[in-house]
Design a protein around this ligand. Structure first.
Ligand SMILES: [Mg+2]
Length: 239
């Protein structure tokens, strides 16, 4: 029998990192009032995530790269994340980081923590003459709550023989949870799953995830979530 393998997709900000680094950058380097208004508009679905990032970059008058880098270096990862990477490597579970944040700080934080070779899909950020210039290589206009269309990555990296797992905490994960069999949720994503009656496992850190995955792996009859399977099959057919 084929070993049971999970395809694991996870968010970065507030999930792998302890805090939302992207949001913190704008709250620090732009006028608080302007930033608040943009984020409230996002959380109330008045603007898309892509529009949110463009507006946020716009309200940063000028940014100093050295100061920004120093600021980014203060953010720790979840302390159990590295043991999770090792667990997945041992179990041959493929892992993918799907972030609606920016490569600029994600790459820097991973490098600082000695993490190499992870597959990461995110938005792109450049600093040119003190201006923040965002771009969105994985944008899809059907994905309102994440400028990096997480759903597309899940579809491209899984097949109907895989068990899919999603780990996340917030607004940008709302779309993804529709497509995965096992959801690990905390914070805003947990409340969203409760509201939408999506089955999920609550988690505080990656040790909780490892524990539950071990349990799932040892189950005799592991079933895919039918709503997610249906959604995936529709998406595979449209590919
Ligand atoms: Mg997040």
């Amino acid at each position: 029998m084929r070993e049971r393998v999970f395809k694991i997709f996870m968010d970065f900000d507030g999930t792998i990192s302890q805090q939302d680094v992207g949001e913190a950058i704008f709250r620090t380097f732009a006028e608080e009032e302007k930033v608040n208004k943009i984020i409230v508009d996002l959380l109330n679905d008045r603007i898309s995530s892509r529009d949110c990032w463009i507006k946020l970059c716009d309200v940063v008058a000028e940014i100093n790269k050295t100061e920004l880098d120093k600021f980014i270096d203060k953010f720790p990862l979840d302390e159990t994340f590295i043991s999770f990477i090792n667990y997945c490597a041992d179990e041959q579970n493929d892992i993918y980081v799907l972030s609606d944040g920016f490569d600029y700080y994600i790459n820097r934080i991973f490098e600082k923590n000695g993490i190499e070779g992870l597959t990461v899909y995110s938005n792109h950020l450049e600093i040119v003459d003190g201006k923040m210039i965002p771009s969105f290589p994985y944008y899809n206009d059907s994905s309102f709550s994440s400028a990096n269309c997480k759903r597309n990555h899940i579809i491209h990296h899984s097949s109907d023989t895989d068990f899919t797992v999603f780990i996340g905490d917030g607004n940008s994960d709302k779309d993804s949870v529709e497509y995965c069999d096992f959801i690990f949720a905390k914070s805003d994503l947990l409340r969203y799953c409760e509201m939408e009656r999506i089955t999920f496992y609550p988690f505080n850190n990656f040790n909780d995830v490892i524990k539950k995955l071990k349990e799932l792996k040892s189950k005799k009859n592991l079933k895919k979530r039918s709503r997610a399977k249906l959604k995936r099959n529709q998406a595979y057919m449209n590919e």
